[in-house]
Ligand binder design. Structure first.
Ligand SMILES: [Fe+2]
Length: 179
C-alpha cells in the first residue's frame, strides 16, 4: 500500500480526522432532527418552514458527503454507523417531543450555533495544532454555511418574540442598528 505523503505526520492527520469525525456525527444528528421537524411542523408557517428545512437537509446531506470524503482524502475511514454517530456527536436528540413551530426553530438555532462553536474551535486546531490549512479552510466554509442558516432561523423567532412555550420574550436586549 502506498504510504500517504502529503506533508502531515500521522499524528497530525489522525488529530484532524478525529475532529472531522465529530463534525460528521453532529451533521448527521442535525440532518435527522431537521428532517423530523420538516415532517412534523404545523401552523401558519407550515409551508415556509417545511420548504426551508427541506433546503437545509439537502445542504446537510451534501456537507456530510464532503466531510466523509475529506476524511478519506486524509487517508482515514469515516464513521458510518448510527451507533458511531450518536457516540461521537455533541448534539443531543429529544426523542418523544414534538415542539411548536417556534420551539422547533429555537431548537435548530441552538443546534446550528453549537455546530458553529465546534467548527470555530476545530478551524483553529486544524490550523494551529495540526498545521492542516486545507482542513481549516474546508471547515471555515462549512462554518459560514451554518452561520447563514442560523441567521435565517433566528430571524423567524426574532420577529415573533415568542418563547417555545408561547410566552412573550423579554425585549431588553439591545442590538446595534445600522444606519
Ligand atoms: Fe419532504
Amino acid at each position: 500500500m502506498h504510504k500517504i505523503n502529503i506533508g502531515l505526520t500521522d499524528e497530525q492527520r489522525h488529530g484532524v480526522m478525529n475532529l472531522l469525525n465529530q463534525d460528521l456525527a453532529d451533521a448527521y444528528v442535525l440532518l435527522v432532527k431537521t428532517k423530523k421537524y420538516h415532517w412534523d411542523v404545523v401552523g401558519p408557517q407550515f409551508r415556509t418552514l417545511h420548504q426551508l428545512w427541506e433546503e437545509h437537509y439537502k445542504k446537510l446531506t451534501e456537507n456530510i458527503d464532503e466531510i466523509a470524503e475529506r476524511i478519506r482524502t486524509l487517508g482515514g475511514y469515516p464513521t458510518g454507523t448510527m451507533e458511531g454517530f450518536l457516540s461521537l456527536a455533541t448534539l443531543k436528540e429529544h426523542s418523544g417531543e414534538i415542539p411548536t413551530a417556534t420551539g422547533m426553530v429555537t431548537q435548530l438555532v441552538e443546534d446550528h450555533e453549537q455546530v458553529i462553536r465546534n467548527l470555530r474551535n476545530h478551524v483553529d486546531r486544524c490550523s494551529e495544532e495540526f498545521h492542516d490549512q486545507g482542513s481549516a479552510d474546508f471547515l471555515t466554509e462549512l462554518m459560514e454555511e451554518h452561520e447563514q442558516i442560523a441567521w435565517m432561523l433566528r430571524s423567524f423567532i426574532e420577529g415573533q418574540a415568542l418563547e417555545p412555550n408561547g410566552k412573550q420574550q423579554s425585549t431588553e436586549t439591545k442590538v446595534p442598528v445600522g444606519v
